[in-house]
Design a protein around this ligand. Structure first.
Ligand SMILES: [Fe+2]
Length: 312
């Protein structure tokens, strides 16, 4: 251990902890343990739903919806934005679930190929299932990241569908870097842009996620978390921007985008799109892919392109 630096030591401790959490039959939440048992029922219901749907024309429509992504362009205005960050562009991808629909990565690359951005962030969920093998998503993921051209890097966090072992593929996925309860400082002429990424708080929460948010310092702070569940911590600690996903905007919704299931208990406000908590702006992406079933109704995935501006 003496030859390892602190980052490597922290990663070993984190991986040991998450490997245990992934093997348990309950979710580790900020408020304590929560049973996973309703997932089994949910998956059975989904299976029945798809079986019925396949007999109708709606399956093809739902598949087409699931394969489509909107481009959501947001201009966020901040009082006293450091001048080095005026016009700074961030692209957010989320919930890729690369093995649910073949060639998802090709579609996304085609959709972003003409966009200009400085930083890319990816807020978790790379495979369809939340357990089992994952190495089959490495090649499509590699294709995707090799076609993202962000001069300030590609920074990613894990979601509840990911294995802790994915982080071992960081070199394969170059230039992507994972942030597991870690932060990075991007220097812009003396201005410190701080990007913090936590482990997933939906199923694998530990206090280290909160500690990571609490200790990071910078002139403009961005939190990357798979879900909105840590928004209060980030807001209290003066974060400027909080980016998350997880909900897929409901994925299967009634007319008007009303979700049947949201997979979050944080409150309606945080379920999709832009929200605020105090001075902090947050965005819950609808994701790029889908999980469970290759279907979307009354909602689409989205590529989020954010431009930072000074509020005059
Ligand atoms: Fe997801």
């Amino acid at each position: 251990m003496n030859d390892l630096n602190q980052l490597e030591k922290n990663r070993i401790i984190w991986a040991s902890t998450r490997s245990v959490l992934e093997s348990l039959k309950f979710k580790s939440k900020r408020g304590g343990k929560k049973s996973k048992s309703h997932w089994t029922l949910f998956e059975k219901l989904l299976g029945i739903f798809v079986f019925i749907l396949k007999m109708t024309r709606y399956y093809k429509i739902g598949l087409g919806n699931a394969m489509y992504n909107d481009l959501t362009e947001l201009t966020l205005e901040y009082k006293n934005l450091p001048k080095e960050l005026e016009g700074y562009k961030i692209i957010q991808l989320s919930d890729l679930h690369l093995d649910t629909i073949a060639k998802t990565e090709v579609y996304i690359v085609d959709k972003i190929k003409n966009l200009k951005y400085d930083l890319c962030v990816i807020t978790g969920d790379y495979r369809k299932n939340d357990n089992g093998r994952f190495v089959h998503v490495i090649n499509p993921f590699k294709f995707l990241v090799q076609n993202i051209f962000a001069k300030d890097g590609i920074w990613a966090v894990l979601g509840n569908h990911d294995s802790y072992m994915m982080v071992d593929y960081e070199n394969e996925l170059h230039p992507l870097k994972f942030l597991v309860n870690e932060d990075v400082i991007i220097e812009k002429n003396g201005t410190k842009l701080c990007v913090v990424g936590t482990d997933d708080p939906f199923a694998y929460y530990t206090d280290k996620a909160v500690l990571a948010l609490e200790r990071a310092k910078g002139d403009f702070k961005i939190a990357l978390v798979h879900t909105s569940e840590l928004h209060d911590v980030a807001s209290e600690k003066g974060y400027n921007l909080y980016l998350c996903g997880h909900t897929h905007a409901g994925q299967i919704c009634l007319s008007g985008g009303i979700p049947l299931i949201t997979h979050q208990k944080d409150g309606k406000k945080y379920f999709k799109g832009m929200w605020t908590d105090g001075e902090m702006v947050g965005y819950t992406s609808a994701g790029n892919g889908v999980s469970g079933v290759p279907q979307r109704f009354n909602t689409f995935g989205e590529i989020v392109l954010i431009t930072l501006k000074n509020k005059i």
